[in-house]
Design a protein around this ligand. Structure first.
Ligand code: HEM
Length: 349
């Protein structure tokens, strides 16, 4: 909020997507290690981490599509100047240092009285209980996995939500009315709790509709066909075949969402009858589906549902050029590249 206040004071046009990504990074750092990276505190890309992830996006996405090239290209890439290796070294050092800090107090009982328990402490407890099945390298891998899986994705999803709000003032009005209705009934008017946010149907429809139109991942979610093969919509696939569907295809399916599928219309989630709603739910999976679906879904829903009402209550966002469509790049994460707007602090009502 302080950073956006500053932008409002100076009137500069900012890349809001950058700020939302910094927010997502700091929150997931806090949840995982009990410590923010400090992107928001310092207002900058600490250790060049965001830039490093940016540089690796092309490489990691192509490695996923052509895994047989990974061994060779990884070695070459790591030696190239400008590969983002320094940023990765920073992240790795941050993770190792945090792990050491938490290891030093391992064995102490985990109590929520001192605030939320960082996930790394839970991982360390899991390690001391079953060191063979949950070795120390898994503690680091899971902690860093949170950072990789939960920063870009949440930043992209938040940017998608705010972009839709910028382009649909009537949605903002409805959302503000819902928020104000709730705030007058709450104990802490400044920050809605997750529970309060969850009880706001329009807010949840706005989030759902934004993630439908802009799912953070833009390549198929691949699966291996199990033993015995499988028939999918009348087509037989032998066992071991790789099959998958891209969420961007499923989410724009007019058979499920109607002819206005490409349009941002949160109301569709509130108006649909139970048959239509169930069809739409089946075709809407921004967090994936089945046994390997997103482990961080609830965390990111918490992050988004708490911050969006705060942003909308306090600021107006004016696109630098509303005639320009949002530009994106798809390297597994579909990242917005030109979400530039002016932040205007709203006057107290
Ligand atoms: C809006 C934010 C997010 C989106 C859109 C998202 C999306 C996804 C998607 C599409 C998958 C693949 C699912 C599949 O193949 O069925 C996935 C997997 C995963 N996500 Fe997320 N994610 C988000 C946030 C997070 C956060 C905050 C965390 C960590 C705290 C996280 C941790 C994971 C992990 C660990 C997996 C792998 C699960 C597995 O393979 O078993 N995600 N996510």
């Amino acid at each position: 909020m302080q950073r956006l206040d500053e932008s409002s004071d100076t009137g500069v046009v900012v890349n809001l997507g950058d700020w939302l990504q910094k927010y997502a990074f700091d929150v997931i750092g806090n949840i995982t290690f009990g410590k923010r990276f400090g992107f928001l505190d310092h207002g900058e890309d600490i250790g060049g981490l965001i830039q490093a992830l940016e540089k690796r996006r092309v490489f990691t996405s192509l490695s996923g599509v052509y895994p047989f090239l990974h061994g060779l290209t990884f070695r070459v890439m790591s030696r190239l100047p400008g590969s983002g290796a320094a940023g990765f070294a920073y992240l790795s050092e941050f993770g190792q240092a945090e792990l050491a800090r938490h290891k030093a107090k391992a064995g102490l009982s985990l109590q929520a009285d001192d605030g939320p328990i960082p996930q790394v402490d839970r991982f360390l407890n899991g390690h001391s209980e079953k060191p063979e099945s949950f070795p120390m390298h898994a503690v680091l891998a899971h902690s860093m996995g949170n950072i990789f899986a939960g920063s870009d994705t949440t930043g992209i999803s938040l940017t998608a939500i705010v972009n839709n709000l910028c382009r649909n003032p009537e949605t903002v009005e409805k959302l503000r009315a819902e928020i104000e209705g709730h705030v007058s009934n709450t104990r802490s008017p400044e920050a809605l709790t997750f529970k309060e946010a969850q009880s706001m149907p329009y807010l949840n429809a706005v989030i759902k509709e934004s993630l439908r139109l802009h799912p953070a991942t833009g390549l198929p979610l691949f699966r291996k066909v199990p033993a015995g093969g499988a028939s999918i919509i009348g087509q037989y696939f032998p066992e071991g075949a790789t099959v998958g569907i891209n969420t961007w295809v499923a989410h724009y399916n007019e058979d499920a969402f109607g002819p206005d599928a490409p349009i941002f219309r949160p109301e569709r989630w509130l108006e649909a009858d139970s048959r239509q709603l169930s069809l739409m739910e089946q075709y809407n999976f921004p967090f994936g589906l089945g046994a390997r679906n997103c482990l961080g879904k609830n965390i990111s829903m918490l992050e988004m549902s708490k911050v969006i009402p705060q942003l909308i209550r306090n600021f107006d966002f004016q696109l630098e050029d509303p005639t320009q469509p949002l530009q994106c790049e798809n390297f597994w994460f579909v990242k917005q590249t030109n979400f530039r707007c002016q932040v205007i602090r709203r006057k107290a009502p």
